[in-house]
Design a protein around this ligand. Structure first.
Ligand code: PAF
Length: 277
């Protein structure tokens, strides 16, 4: 496993990689969710590249960029046994050279849900992912379903810009009590950590209602809100029952739908989702 920083080193290493190249873009502070993406890439590709870059442009001015958890030594020791070929850890200067002024902006599906709560977030994500694709030139790239809207936005960008990259979306990895794994879970104190299970419980209750025949999207959203309201530490930012592809809020669930939510537990903002098929 080789760790590199500069674009020159990345390009030389890329020229030497024959066969299928898989990219797993990350912001580090890896958990089992990231490792599941790396394992999938390892199964499907000849060369696996993991990028570690805490991308400043996807954080809002009042978000947690400066506190975002980082532990590079731990990340490298988790990646080593998985057979990763290359770790690329570009600096902010490399990704955003002085005078930087070119952005990738996906227009419509970036607007609802996370887009409303985090203006500018997806512009930062799509710009950095486009730059990662240009630099690494992977055949496939691996992302988690945990960030469902991000996955939809990246699929859209890849189609719109004709990137010859297969986008592979891997299932959410959960703790044994249902909490979706996230680098931000580390912010939760023990009481908040317990309260945080309310997100997966709310999704599960809504899924059960759906499985029992409920198709009224307002009632499905209501089910999630009811469970979330039972947890005093939960401060709900949004609850959604939307079309899986367009992310438009539904009146009635007729096809594939995405149930999703963003909830503050204390100061920690958590997201989670489930797909109804
Ligand atoms: O999902 C993430 O960790 C980030 O949004 C990504 C895709 C690595 C871009 O910075």
């Amino acid at each position: 496993m080789r760790s590199i920083i500069t674009l020159t080193d990345l390009r030389s290493a890329r020229l030497l990689s024959t066969g299928r190249v898989g990219l797993v873009p990350t912001m580090g502070y890896l958990h089992e969710g990231h490792l599941s993406l790396v394992r999938r890439a390892r199964e499907e590709c000849d060369h696996v590249v993991v990028s570690i870059f805490v991308n400043p442009t996807q954080f809002g001015p009042r978000e947690d960029l400066s506190n975002y958890p980082r532990d590079l030594d731990r990340d490298l020791s988790l990646l080593e046994p998985l057979g990763v070929d290359l770790i690329w850890m570009p600096t902010a200067e490399i990704m955003y050279p002085p005078g930087f002024q070119t952005w990738v902006d996906v227009e419509t599906i970036t607007q609802p849900l996370e887009g409303t709560s985090r203006p500018g977030h997806f512009r930062g994500v799509t710009t950095v992912v486009a730059k990662l694709f240009n630099a690494v030139q992977p055949h496939s790239a691996y992302f988690g379903q945990k960030d469902a809207q991000q996955a939809a936005v990246i699929r859209q960008m890849t189609r719109d810009l004709n990137f010859p990259v297969e986008i592979v979306i891997c299932p959410i990895v959960r703790e044994s009590d249902g909490l979706a794994m996230s680098s931000r879970n580390v912010y939760l104190d023990p009481e908040q950590r317990k309260a945080a299970t309310v997100l997966s419980r709310a999704l599960q209750a809504a899924k059960e209602a759906y499985e029992e025949g409920e198709r009224d999207a307002d009632k499905i959203r209501g089910k999630m809100k009811e469970v979330l309201a039972s947890e005093p530490l939960a401060n709900v930012q949004y609850v959604s029952c939307a079309d899986y592809d367009t992310l438009k809020e539904l009146n009635t669930v007729t096809g594939k739908a995405l149930l999703s939510m963003a909830v503050f537990i204390g100061k920690t903002r958590l997201i989670d989702n489930i797909v109804l098929e």
